[in-house]
Design a binder for this molecule. Sequence first.
Ligand code: NAP
Length: 282
Amino acid sequence: MEKVVGLFGYPVGHSLSSIFQNAGFRKLGLDFTYILFSVKPKKLKKAVEGIKVLNIVGMNITIPHKEKVMPHLDKISPEAKKIGAVNTIFNKSGKLIGYNTDVNGFLTSLREDLKFNPKGKSVFLLGAGGVAYAITYALITKGVKKITIVNKPRWMAETLIRHFRKLSKRCEFNLVDFSRRNHRRLIEDSDILINATSVGMNPGDASLIKEGLLYPGLLVFDVVYNQETALLKTARKKGLKAIGGLNMLIHQGAVSFEIWSGEKAPIKTMRKAAENALKMGG
Ligand SMILES: NC(=O)c1ccc[n+]([C@@H]2O[C@H](COP(=O)([O-])OP(=O)(O)OC[C@H]3O[C@@H](n4cnc5c(N)ncnc54)[C@H](OP(=O)(O)O)[C@@H]3O)[C@@H](O)[C@H]2O)c1
């Protein structure tokens, strides 16, 4: 019988995961199917119970459920617990275990695409939403020296900093007002600029950072994966090393794939499938 995995989110219409996960399963000849489930926040508990009832192998979790799903699980990996968010569930013999694979996806892309080791480095981070938590955790575990955080509602950045100060005494956190994000010195003092906001997802989204501040040698990482953002375009035009979020997405998905199937994920096939889907308009 076909084994089912999938995604709980609200909405889920834009997700590339079903395309590249199913391509991966087909490539290895595995009898898995990845299905998108649109789950309203009120129905989350029931949907999670459904994983057990229907003997579903596993689930990815996305906005707005990554935090809210945690009380409904039987066990949570130490990493996901520290981040405070789960993006993958594995149904292990009737027990639901929560993981966070965004951390791994981010670190793999950072290493492979930018050859960047965060140890002792300074990071300029835009955003304090879900993905910013996984990124901050990843940077801390790799010994980052300083993170400058900018977010429109300041309280979100304050909450993130409060959360991670408890985990790391060594990392210095610098909270900067959204209106001051284009201060030259802040970016000049950073080794890498990371956009962890959703700005850039929509056609015509302007970059949050002015072109003139992107100095030679600055690395740029943009979590947005559905198109080349204005930030990436500008950075590349100026000859900077800059990467979008697609490789992170594929690698976080690959870790989920391996948790569910026990097989090594065929990364190249999965990436190709995602790239083709994006070329065809998602
Ligand atoms: N590459 C990957 O593997 C991967 C994985 C997860 C997520 N993502 C992408 O990462 C992005 C963020 O996801 P998330 O889960 O962190 O979402 P989220 O929890 O909703 O957070 C969104 C972040 O973007 C900020 N933001 C939104 N609109 C803004 C604007 N106009 N100006 C300034 N800041 C703005 C939000 O702050 P405000 O409160 O100001 O809105 C918040 O900091 C999405 O594009 C998502 O697709 C990529």
